[in-house]
Design a protein around this ligand. Structure first.
Ligand code: ARG
Length: 563
């Protein structure tokens, strides 16, 4: 594909002495294999009739001998047909063990931040997309040559701690905590939040004062406070790690808000000294962002001296700059924090930081209620817990393969494949609709559909393991033409997905490849083909298999050995 674009660019340059990038599309097969509207694009700058330009280009394209057919349609579309053999030869020339990967990001470093859960509550689906999108973006950046550093920016600082201790003393016990673990902590947290709210409505602040008191004690390093903090954090962190293990995501670092809070206060002090920040009469400290178009300043320290979310993020930015010198930092965080991040990034600019800071935001997960209305996904008990979601997914996966000999390990891969893939079925900014039947649909745009296509290919490869696989220039490859055209698109898909931070592009591509593959599978014989065909076709299948594995791998999805 790339070769065709380049050929056209050269022809245009030779004919008209202009540099023009050429984009190819895939028209309906009856018109050709590739098409371009470049003649129309050139019409204006060249002051010529597009049809006339198209004729001139077509003549040169025919002379090149690279096409079996060159036609012009409408006002100046050029349709190109290539010999299947040429596509096969092209792929053979491009093929490597890491087909699809590039070195675009060589020498550059990116920090990717996910899933950054909050320690106060059990892991819920509120943090599903950050993990999925963050992981896929990390993989995409690696595949395009970047040096990637991943960091889990845990929400482990501030009010939750104080709320926990007060709630634990009031509503819980050592036994209950031992029994319920993180779920008990979550229960205590919610109960205490409610008590705090009730108290406020009644005009009192006894509990609120206790919360503040525990926070201050923790800051002072008071032994009992430190002890509680360690105990609660251990429970919560173990839970987070267990879930991340199940999701098969990891990070290199785990530098949470608590790590940055003291550093943040030092940084705020410096901002005050240099005049970047100003202190209000009540003692709170703000950074004005008026010059960046914000009426509201960013609050970086409370009037009582406590650190805020922005204080810790300020320190985080500075720390990453000093420690990793990144070229780019990507924050995988939901759309609700969009305004906050634009403010934060404006502050970074004001501090003279030129690193590209990106808020990788995504929409919410919706469900359709029984009455047909659509809303944010929830369960009868409130938020949907991740453990629940994963357990249900495994149950569904078990149903999908019922009666077949599929291992527990494979069932887990199918369950995760379904859940993760659903995250990539649309542009990440759209709200996704979570529906169990859709995400497991073996005939639709789903993870299991693609996994199934991959398993089929792998099975065919295994069944013909005694046959050689090799590219052959005496085979015509007509039966494989569509598969080759699709495989040739892959590197460009990876490049664009990484450029736009859109793993969804890979998902769409894999779906198209799976469809092409299934069509091929149903119409072409491999096992009982002639020796030359068999060898060549087995080679095609192994290439398809490699792309499935690589592409799904970019999305954090594995291929089961059986399904
Ligand atoms: N813990 C936060 C939340 O769940 C997300 C943290 C995002 N990262 C950051 N650097 N502020 O809402």
């Amino acid at each position: 594909m790339n070769t065709i674009s380049l050929l056209l660019q050269t022809i245009i340059h030779d004919l008209f002495d202009v540099e023009q990038t050429v984009r190819l599309s895939r028209p309906d097969v009856q018109f050709g294999d590739y098409a371009t509207n470049v003649a129309m694009q050139l019409a204006k700058p060249l002051g010529k009739n597009p049809r006339e330009i198209a004729e001139q280009l077509a003549e040169k394209l025919r002379e090149s001998g690279a096409f079996t057919d060159v036609t012009i349609a409408g006002p100046g579309f050029i349709n190109l047909r290539v010999a299947a053999k040429n596509l096969a030869a092209q792929l053979q020339a491009d093929w490597t063990a890491s087909y699809g990967e590039t070195t675009d990001g060589a020498g550059k470093t990116v920090v990717v931040e996910y899933p950054s859960q909050n320690m106060a509550k059990p892991y819920s689906i509120g943090h599903l997309r950050t993990g999925n999108q963050g992981w896929a973006v990390k993989r995409l950046m690696e595949a395009t040559g970047w040096t990637v550093i991943t960091d889990n920016h845990l929400g482990d600082y501030g009010a939750p701690f104080g709320t926990w201790v007060v709630g634990f003393l009031k509503f819980s016990s050592d036994e209950q905590l031992a029994e319920g673990g993180v779920y008990e902590l979550g229960r205590v947290y919610i109960a205490t939040k409610k008590a705090l709210k009730d108290e406020k409505e009644q005009g009192s602040h006894e509990l609120a004062d206790q919360v503040q008191d525990w926070l201050l004690r923790l800051e002072r390093g008071d032994e009992q406070a430190v002890d509680y903090s360690r105990r609660f954090n251990e429970i919560s962190l173990k839970h987070i790690h267990d879930i991340m293990n199940r999701l098969k995501i990891t990070t290199d670092h785990e530098l949470g808000e608590a790590f940055f809070a003291p550093k943040g206060k030092d940084a705020v002090k410096k901002l005050l000294e240099t005049g970047v920040a100003t202190q209000n009469d009540d003692g709170s400290i703000i950074v004005s962002l008026e010059e960046y178009g914000f009426d509201v300043p960013l609050l970086v320290q409370k009037s009582n001296g406590a650190a805020l979310y922005a204080t810790t993020d300020l320190a985080t930015i500075l720390y990453r700059e000093e420690t990793w010198h990144p070229d780019k930092v990507i924050y995988a965080v939901g759309m609700e924090q969009q305004f906050y991040f634009t403010q934060l990034f404006a502050m970074a600019k004001k501090l003279g930081i030129t690193t590209e800071l990106v808020h990788l935001w995504f929409g919410m997960i919706d469900q359709i209620n029984e009455d047909g209305t659509r809303e944010k996904m929830s369960s009868r008990k409130g938020v949907v817990l991740m453990e629940e979601l994963l357990d249900t997914a495994e149950q569904k996966a078990r149903e999908v393969v019922a009666g077949r000999d599929v291992s527990e390990d494979d069932i887990k891969k199918i369950a995760l494949g379904a859940i993760k893939f659903s995250d990539f079925t649309a542009d990440r900014r759209t709200n996704i609709l979570f529906d169990w039947d859709t995400i497991f649909a073996l005939t639709g745009f789903s993870g299991p559909y693609i996994q199934y296509a991959s398993v089929r290919v792998n099975k065919l490869l295994a069944d013909t393991a005694n046959v050689d696989s090799a590219y052959s220039d005496s085979y015509d490859y007509e039966a494989e033409k569509a598969v080759f055209a699709k495989l040739l698109e892959y590197p460009q898909v990876v490049t664009l997905a990484a450029r736009d931070l859109e793993p969804h592009k890979v998902a769409t591509y894999l779906y198209e490849l799976a469809r092409e593959m299934n069509r091929y599978y149903e119409t072409t014989r491999v096992s009982d083909a002639e020796p030359l065909e068999k060898t060549a076709r087995r080679d095609v299948l192994s290439k398809v298999s490699q792309v499935f594995t690589h592409g799904l791998g970019l999305l954090g999805i594995e291929i089961p050995s059986q399904m």
